[in-house]
Design a protein around this ligand. Structure first.
Ligand code: TYD
Ligand code: MG
Length: 464
């Protein structure tokens, strides 16, 4: 039987095929399949090593091992997302689009840790040492005792790191630029990224240094996605935000040592990234409280309540099929909310274009935003302005019933803290366990909420 010498790997999703194709059958991406050599790949290593096994002892769950303290950066928003600091010996992948601020955040974290007497090493595979220095100088961090190098060979990096005292934290910026001798594909390919990540993970586990791998995620998927290393690392953190906004959101996607869904909010300024301790105030700043079509949603991001404005625009359409566009929320949920409004609240939206936007660039994933979205839609359709000091939350069922959501107490407390005077939400559980710090207008069915908004609009008209 002829031996297979190479294989074809999709650089977007990592699917393997036996021949080249224009389109990956697994993920549907075009022109993402690259030929990679099999003779020295990871599979080949396993095949070669197939022989007699080494015998190792098995241990119980309880042991003498005392966990080492976490490495705390002192940047609150970062420590929150990592679950209370970096765990020694762990590997974190930080993914994000190019230019979002990953290098900036990490050099700031390095400086903070260095000032706290940790040994930190920053390996840049993309920028020259002078460029990294220049950025540090611009950020006023040049005095921090961070150790820098511009290197791309994983073997050289590990040999250098092993030579002296084990660092507390090592940054590899970025994993796509690294290459290892053990694999002979080109740098940046899936096999190289995976091989390099494996070597660095082995280094972290054996030395006890925490390692951060930076990974670029591009929309077109041409560069080998860090997706392929996601399952190998201990934590995956994504750094999000869009060019039009200064906010950057750090989000734990996977975390073996802490909660996921936790977010950290930063603002990109001339002096680098600064923490936003009170994101609600930031997301609500500059809102137009007199315009119809805007509702404030009392949401939760991880353990933290965050208030954001949900904006809707409902306008008669000139197209055969009306447009539905949504930014920052799930378009399927918008379709569902529209269907419920039509079926159970008597609204006619079939001849209207509908746009929904979560202000500030935040991406809301919670069904609890249903009620705020519905209120914004009704407000825009009827032209009735919603009370600017009311917060909304609640999940809408297909029957039109409004269902309770978790952490109602925290949401209400945050709303009260920000000066909101009332909330429209499902009633709190009747056992008296939770009380609302602000008047709660209990909403049980969508028809009632729509009627209230329309009535307030009619009442307001003669005055205005
Ligand atoms: P960078 O950290 O290089 O992004 P990444 O490593 O994710 O590719 O950040 C690049 C952007 O950040 C760049 O467009 C300029 C901006 N920036 C600021 O606005 N202020 C600053 O102080 C710094 C250092 C960068
Ligand atoms: Mg960078």
């Amino acid at each position: 039987m002829a031996k297979l010498r190479s294989t074809f790997i999709c650089q977007n999703c990592g699917a393997v095929s036996q021949r080249w194709q224009g389109k990956c059958e697994a993920c549907g991406e075009w022109n993402s399949i690259v030929e990679e050599s099999l003779s020295s790949g990871i599979g080949a290593q396993a095949a070669r090593g197939a022989g007699k096994g080494r015998i190792f002892p098995l241990e119980g769950l309880t042991g003498q091992h005392k966990p080492e303290p976490r490495i705390v950066a002192g940047i609150g928003e970062l420590d929150r997302v990592t679950g209370g600091g970096f765990v020694p010996g762990s590997v974190i992948l930080i993914g994000g689009e190019p230019g979002i601020g990953k290098s900036t955040l990490l050099i700031q974290a390095c400086a903070a840790l260095a000032h706290r007497k940790h040994r930190v090493v920053y390996i840049s595979g993309e920028e020259a040492v002078a460029q990294v220095r220049l950025r540090a100088e611009r950020l006023g961090l040049a005095s921090a005792p961070v150790e820098l190098a511009a290197e791309t060979s994983v073997e050289d990096i590990i040999a250098t790191l092993r030579q002296s005292r084990t660092p507390g934290l090592v940054i590899i910026d970025s994993i796509q630029t690294m290459w290892t001798d053990s694999v002979d594909s080109a740098p940046g390919t899936v096999t190289q990224v995976r091989g390099s990540a494996q070597a660095l993970i082995r280094y972290a586990k054996t030395s006890g240094a925490a390692v951060i791998l930076v990974g670029h995620v591009t929309k077109d998927g041409q560069i080998a996605g860090p997706r392929v290393v996601e399952h190998m690392v201990d934590a995956v953190i994504s750094f999000e935000g869009d060019g039009g906004h200064h906010f950057r959101i750090l989000r734990a996607v996977k975390n073996r040592f802490g909660a996921t869904d936790e977010i950290g909010v930063f603002e990109m300024t001339g002096q680098g990234l600064s923490e936003v301790a009170n994101p609600s105030a930031l997301f609500l700043s500059g809102r137009d409280v007199t315009a119809p079509g805007a509702a404030v949603f009392a949401g939760m991001e991880g353990t933290r309540p965050v208030l954001v404005e949900v904006q809707a625009l409902v306008a008669p359409t000139s197209l055969g099929t009306p447009r539905r566009a949504v930014v920052g929320w799930d378009s399927n949920r918008l379709a569902m909310v529209i269907a419920v409004l039509e079926a159970h609240a008597g609204l006619r939206l079939g001849q209207h274009d509908i746009y929904l936007n979560v202000a500030g660039g935040l991406r809301v994933g919670e069904p609890a935003a249903d009620l705020a979205a519905a209120a914004a839609l009704v407000s825009s359709l009827t032209g009735a302005q919603l009370p600017s000091d009311a917060a909304f939350f609640g999940e809408i069922g297909l029957s039109g019933a409004i269902r309770p959501v978790i952490h109602a107490g925290l949401r209400l407390k945050e709303a009260a803290k920000l000066g909101f005077k009332s909330a429209v939400a499902p009633p709190l559980p009747g056992d008296g366990g939770e009380t609302s710090p602000i008047p709660l207008r209990p909403a049980t069915h969508i028809a009632g909420v729509v009627a209230d908004i329309a009535a307030a609009g009619v009442a307001a008209k003669p005055k205005g």
